[in-house]
Write a protein that binds this ligand. Structure first.
Ligand SMILES: C[S@@+](CC[C@H](N)C(=O)[O-])C[C@H]1O[C@@H](n2cnc3c(N)ncnc32)[C@H](O)[C@@H]1O
Length: 219
C-alpha cells in the first residue's frame, strides 16, 4: 500500500511535489510530528466527527484523507466500520498504528498522497477530510477534488471539516463558504448538500476555532 517504493532516496518529500503549506513552512509535513504533537493533534477525535458518527453519518468503507495520528479514523473504526487512514507523514502514521495496537482497534493506516488517491485502487462510501482541504491553496484544489472523486463511490459522502473565515479568532488557512462551493461543483462530480458552522478544537484555542462542517455528495 505504501507509495514509498520507487521514490528518491533521501528526498523528504518522497518524490512528491511539495504542497503550498510545505513550501511556506519550509519543511515536509512529517517534520510537524517529530517534536511532540502539533497544534491540531488534540489526542482525541474532533467533537464534530464524534457527533456525525453518532448520528450514523459514516457508512460502508471509510477513507480518512490526511489522517494525521489517526484519532478520527480510530473513532470511526471503533464503531465497527472498515477504515483506511492515509497521510504523507510517516511519523504520524507510525503513531496512529501504535494507538490502534494499544487500543485493539482494527484499522488500516497507509502512506499515500491525497493528490494521487486513485493509486489506492479502492473506492469508499464515506470520505473524511478533517483539516486537510484548508491547507491547500486555490490552485491546488482542483487536483485534490478530482483525486477525492476518483475514490468516492457514486452517491457517496464526503465530509470536510475546515477552518472558516467567520471569526473571531479564526484559525490559519480560513476558508469561505464560497470557496467550498466553488471547489465542489457538479462539473467536478460533486454537489454540496450542506455547509454548517462548527468548531475545530486545537491545542491553541480554549473553545476551538470557527469551522465549517461541509457535507458533499458524489454525483
Ligand atoms: C492539519 S493536519 C490534520 C490531521 C488530522 N486529520 C487531524 O484532524 O488531526 C493535516 C494532515 O494532512 C496531511 N497531509 C498534508 N498534505 C497531504 C497530502 N498531499 N497527502 C496526504 N496527506 C497530507 C498532513 O501530513 C497532516 O497530517
Amino acid at each position: 500500500m505504501s507509495e514509498r517504493s520507487g521514490t528518491l532516496a533521501g528526498d523528504p518529500f518522497d518524490g512528491r511535489h511539495p504542497t503550498s503549506h510545505e513550501r511556506l513552512a519550509g519543511q515536509p509535513w512529517d517534520a510537524s510530528y517529530e517534536d511532540g504533537p502539533p497544534p491540531w493533534d488534540i489526542g482525541r477525535p474532533q467533537p464534530a466527527i464524534v457527533r456525525v458518527a453518532s448520528e450514523g453519518g459514516f457508512s460502508g468503507a471509510v477513507l480518512d484523507a490526511g489522517c494525521g495520528t489517526g484519532e478520527n479514523a480510530l473513532h470511526v473504526a471503533s464503531l465497527g466500520l472498515t477504515v483506511l487512514g492515509v497521510d504523507v507523514a510517516e511519523t504520524a502514521l507510525a503513531i496512529a498504528r501504535q494507538k490502534a495496537g494499544d487500543r485493539g482497534i482494527e484499522v488500516e493506516f497507509a502512506a499515500a498522497d491525497a493528490f494521487k488517491l486513485e493509486r489506492l485502487r479502492r473506492r469508499f462510501q464515506t470520505v473524511l477530510d478533517c483539516g486537510l482541504f484548508h491547507t491547500f491553496d486555490g490552485d491546488e484544489r482542483p487536483a485534490y477534488v478530482a483525486s477525492l472523486a476518483s475514490v468516492t463511490k457514486p452517491r457517496g459522502t464526503l465530509y470536510v471539516l475546515c477552518f472558516s473565515d467567520e471569526g473571531p479568532d479564526t484559525g490559519p488557512h480560513p476558508i469561505s463558504r464560497a470557496e467550498l462551493r466553488a471547489a465542489f461543483t457538479p462539473s467536478t462530480g460533486w454537489t454540496v448538500a450542506a455547509i454548517e458552522p462548527d468548531r475545530i478544537q486545537t491545542r491553541l484555542h480554549d473553545d476551538g476555532a470557527p469551522a465549517w462542517f461541509a457535507t458533499i455528495k458524489r454525483l
